[in-house]
Design a protein around this ligand. Structure first.
Ligand SMILES: [Zn+2]
Length: 341
């Protein structure tokens, strides 16, 4: 990125009401077949328009092309049974009915590559594309085949790497892996989670990012956050391993969070997407709020490595709130940019 403090979003943005129920996480599509394909592309253009009008530098599809950040990817794989589901506890937090791995997992076809190529055609701005991370994928499934979280993660890492290489060839500048599970299973992250993530990124020449957050503002997550105490020190457990890893960018949650900001020091040398927009509230940050968070982060991240961002995705928010938050992010980054010159 040539611009100082390039802004971006962590992931999802609100969907138009004709595509899916607004303000609803994982809302089913309202269209089907060819209409759905065309609808997703129209929604992608609208979302891109909103990002560009707000002055966002690194743009995305706003996840208009997926219903769920993990299962939409898994739906395209072989070896997974979506009919006979089982109930599991996701990230030790909430129960969900999930698909079952019944056979060797394989990527039958590319998943998001056509959508990414379509986004590439719409803009000359740098584009970022999100994929689920291997550990978060295994945590969203019941495994009746490999009987080993590590083995299954490794298989998914290989599949993700195939997809990532095709996304890179389609012109994606940053490939981001979403790993909220990294905030929960510290021992596994350090044992094999980061290694599996590196396997998913192997051989890529574009930039790579890992997004580790405290989740959407849904009740299961806000209840969980209440149990985490005064200071959220989860990042402390995994940052030393990430600092040593091949990942280029770490995307994390800062705004209104109880994460002690000095923990960022543990990944010194990495680029950091600093979450300066709280996605769990409809209150709109002022540009000065955003600037304050960025200034605090600047104590621990070199200015050329700081990427202002949102804490997480904004799908559950009303469209006008999400847009206002994007504008605040841009304006806040502008304030700090001016201070740096
Ligand atoms: Zn997130």
């Amino acid at each position: 990125m040539t611009r100082l403090l390039p802004t971006s979003t962590a992931g999802s943005l609100p969907k138009p009401s004709w595509l899916a129920q607004p303000q609803t996480l994982w809302s089913p599509w309202k269209l089907a077949g060819d209409e759905l394909l065309a609808g997703k592309r129209d929604a992608l253009k609208l979302s891109l328009h909103d990002q560009l009008s707000a002055g966002i530098d690194i743009v995305s599809d706003g996840e208009q092309t997926r219903q769920h950040f993990v299962t939409t990817f898994i739906e395209h794989l072989g070896g997974v049974d979506f009919e006979n589901r089982k109930t599991v506890k996701i990230r030790n937090r909430y129960e969900a009915s999930v698909p079952v791995v019944v056979d060797d997992v394989v990527r039958k076809t590319s998943v998001f590559v056509d959508d990414a190529a379509f986004l590439r055609k719409q803009t000359n701005q740098p584009i970022k594309w999100a994929l689920p991370g291997p550990m978060t994928m295994i945590d969203t499934l019941y495994d009746a085949r490999y009987k080993s979280r590590e083995k299954l993660a490794w298989e998914f890492a290989k599949i993700l790497n195939q997809e990532a290489k095709e996304l890179e060839a389609a012109g994606v500048d940053i490939i981001q892996f979403d790993e909220p599970a990294f905030n929960v299973f510290f021992e596994e992250v350090n044992d094999w989670g980061v290694a599996a993530l590196e396997r998913a990124m192997e051989g890529l020449n574009c930039e790579t990012a890992v997004h580790i957050c405290y989740g959407y503002g849904i009740k299961a997550n806000t209840d969980w956050k209440k149990t985490l105490g005064e200071e959220w020190r989860q990042y402390e457990e995994i940052f030393p391993t990430l600092q040593q890893s091949t990942v280029d960018i770490v995307s994390l949650e800062c705004q209104n969070s109880r994460v002690p900001i000095d923990l960022i020091e543990l990944i010194r040398g990495k680029k950091v997407m600093v979450g300066a927009i709280d996605v769990a509230t409809q209150a709109i940050e002022t540009p000065e709020d955003v600037a304050n968070t960025l200034r605090k982060a600047l104590q621990f991240v070199d200015a050329d490595k700081l990427y202002p961002c949102t804490n997480c995705g904004m799908t559950p928010l009303p469209q006008h709130v999400a847009n206002a938050k994007l504008q605040a992010l841009s304006a806040g980054a502008d304030i700090v940019r001016r201070e740096l010159f």
